[in-house]
Design a protein around this ligand. Structure first.
Ligand code: PMV
Length: 321
């Protein structure tokens, strides 16, 4: 096939990926666990164009920046070398979430690109192989190949570092967007700086491996409360390690902290909700599905609120145009 379109959704980690053991292969320092969402999709079409001078990448209808295009070309080079092709491609991508706002658009972006590019270049890959391929674009994309809850095994080489499904309690995520602007320090740079300069990095990696074991057990037991407790703890530990970088990086703003405060108050009032945040100011709150409307209503004054649930892993869709 020379043209393929895929759709993928972002995922939000309950146990975070923060730090690489291998920069080139994007092997993480520890495993992680996330929920693939049913909103904020990325839809990407890859069309081979053997007569073009080079790849062309457009994002939301406009030509992408040189840095974004370079990242896509580096990813396509991997696919081309496996497929034995030298053909450039036209890549058209549409994001339903604001790019670079800590809502993991790189996860849905590279998951959709992996599926569409593998198909367009004629590679026949299974889900684990697609998950490994997506990993090379952006670590968190590894998990967006999986429906719903997903565990990314850190692995110790390219073959063993991929994501697969895991059972767990039903939950909703209430996304509170504080600021949709592009973040000042990319997660790639901030991870490098954390590993190189944060005195808490080693503690972060050790405690994450431990949290992942506890989280896996809590998921299998369907224990929403424990899942929530580990989620909030793990997020705060990640931000503590990041804030201790030199020079420091602080992703959480006053508005983010206000959401953590409100979530604490919700719990005091008897509604079980727990907060997490990625590399940006926006906060994601998890609750049982039956409580999400009440949680969203309470958090409504603190940012733009959207309730999402578990969504599908990246897959091919019929051509749109
Ligand atoms: O895949 P990246 O480089 O965008 O890193 C994602 C890092 C976090 O979103 C902060 C955590 C995670 O596990 O998704």
């Amino acid at each position: 096939m020379r043209t393929a379109t895929a759709r993928a959704h972002p995922n939000i980690a309950l146990v975070k990926y923060w730090g690489k053991r291998d920069e080139e292969l994007i092997l993480p320092a520890a495993g992680s666990l996330s929920l693939t969402l049913d909103g904020f999709a990325t839809t990407t079409t890859v069309s081979l164009d053997p007569s073009a001078a080079g790849d062309l990448f457009s994002l939301n209808g406009a030509e992408a920046s040189p840095a974004q295009s370079e990242r896509v070309t580096r990813f396509l080079d991997l696919v081309r070398s496996r497929a034995g092709s030298s053909s450039p491609a036209v890549v058209r991508s549409r994001n339903e979430a604001p790019t670079g706002a800590g809502l993991a658009s790189s996860a849905s972006g590279f998951a959709a690109l992996a599926v569409a590019a593998a198909t367009a270049y004629g590679l026949d890959l299974d889900r684990a192989e697609l998950s490994r391929l997506a990993r090379r674009g952006s670590g968190s994309a590894t998990r967006s190949l999986v429906d719903g809850l997903s565990i990314w095994h850190a692995g110790d080489d390219d073959a063993s570092s991929f994501a697969e499904p895991i059972d767990g309690p039903a939950m909703h995520m209430i996304i509170v967007t504080i600021d949709a602007a592009e973040k000042a320090v990319s997660s790639r740079e901030a991870m490098r700086r954390t590993a190189a300069t944060s005195p808490y990095y080693a503690g972060w990696v050790d405690s994450t491996a431990h949290s992942l074991r506890e989280m896996t057990a809590a998921c299998r037991a369907g224990d929403f409360t424990r899942v929530g407790e580990i989620t909030e703890l793990n997020a705060l530990r990640m931000h503590a390690a990041i804030e201790a970088c030199e020079p420091p990086i602080r992703y959480l703003r006053a508005g983010s902290v206000a959401v953590f405060d409100a979530v604490e108050q919700l719990r005091a009032d008897g509604i079980e909700a727990f907060a997490t945040a990625d590399a940006g100011p926006n906060v994601v709150v998890i609750s049982r599905p039956a409580d999400s409307a009440a949680v969203a209503e309470r958090l409504g004054g603190l940012g733009a609120v959207r309730v999402v649930g578990a969504g599908p892993g990246a897959r091919l869709i019929p051509e749109e145009d």
